[in-house]
Design a protein around this ligand. Structure first.
Ligand SMILES: [Zn+2]
Length: 85
């Protein structure tokens, strides 16, 4: 007759009762040290650019409202009272 079904779940799948490790994605080639280091060469962080507020001479990021006096391009900017749409 027909063989008894020994695996109720398909290969690679795990049922809730038994532990069956799934196959994992494995890189085909080892990454060379030069390739790894060239990738990591772009991982450094840099200090934010700072300019001086023309009103209070506080250091402020360009194109940002001054956190000290609340001015931007020579006029005071009110903070938003409602959530922006
Ligand atoms: Zn300022």
């Amino acid at each position: 007759m027909h063989a008894p079904n020994r695996s109720p779940t398909p290969a690679g799948r795990s049922c809730g009762n038994c532990y069956k490790p799934r196959l994992m994605a494995v890189p085909k080639k080892k990454t060379s040290k030069a390739r790894r280091d060239k990738r990591r060469a772009t991982h450094r962080i840099s200090a934010p650019a700072l300019t001086e507020c023309p009103h209070c001479h506080h250091p402020v990021r360009p194109h940002h409202v001054c956190g000290n006096c609340g001015q931007y391009r020579g006029r005071e900017v009110e903070p938003l009272t409602t959530v922006a749409p």
